[in-house]
Design a protein around this ligand. Sequence first.
Ligand SMILES: NC(=O)c1ccc[n+]([C@@H]2O[C@H](COP(=O)([O-])OP(=O)(O)OC[C@H]3O[C@@H](n4cnc5c(N)ncnc54)[C@H](O)[C@@H]3O)[C@@H](O)[C@H]2O)c1
Length: 258
Amino acid sequence: MSEGTTYPARLDGRRAIVTGAGSGIGRAIALRFAGEGARVLVADVDVAAAGRVADEIGTNGLSHQVDVAHATEMQSLVERATAEWGGLDVMVNNAGVGVAATTPDTDESDWDRLMDINLKGTFLGMKYAIPALRDSGGGCVINISSVAALVGVADRAAYSAAKGGILALTRAAAIDHIAEGVRINCICPGTVDTPWVRRITEDLPEPEVARAAMRARQPHGRLVSVDEIAAMAAYLASDEAGSIVGAAMIVDGGLTAR
Ligand SMILES: NC(=O)c1ccc[n+]([C@@H]2O[C@H](COP(=O)([O-])OP(=O)(O)OC[C@H]3O[C@@H](n4cnc5c(N)ncnc54)[C@H](O)[C@@H]3O)[C@@H](O)[C@H]2O)c1
């Protein structure tokens, strides 16, 4: 969120949870939601990072430590929101990690960890949030998938499998719960300029060359910004997106149009 930017108050009074909100895309979504009037539970395994983002939000921000891969912790996360605010309107399942490897080169332990955080974490977020959304008179779930769910991306075998699973789960659950007033969608970002992407390139022998290659992969010639993903999330969370159900909203600078 740029300093001094004002947004429409489409989420006035809404109660939202954002996982992985201590950094990158999750942080931008939390700040944008708050900028549109929502109360936000900033959830992250890194509680210090979550606390900093909640402080940036101010009175409408609360921080909560959670490992999304653990059912009891995810249940407690949703219970915290309903205890604090008397209900829940929006659940954003954003927390995720990456493993860069082909299928034969992926360690079984890396596969398990990635599936636990990215796919099971999203499942658990939905498992506990959907009843709370239903009990609150309806609401929405936004899952963060990836273009890796839609096209083949080199060296991302396990990651692509998890993100494809999130897309399929989004569609299945969307059909199950729309009649209950719970709208479920996902966002498929291209390469987004976040601390994660900066970490990947820093470890390479020529970081700036790697970053230039990432920019070139995007037809619009630059990385997607976190604010562009946050804008899509705020739209999906708003009443303006009332007919968007089980959709994969692609925000990728044209990568999948090639
Ligand atoms: N950056 C990209 O190019 C890109 C593209 C497509 C999709 N995504 C997805 O967007 C999401 C956010 O990515 P980002 O780039 O902002 O990453 P990031 O590393 O900047 O932020 C991820 C956050 O998730 C938290 N987290 C990690 N494991 C967790 C766990 N087990 N429980 C709770 N929190 C946990 C981290 O502490 C961190 O704050 C991920 O799901 C990622 O797959 C990112």
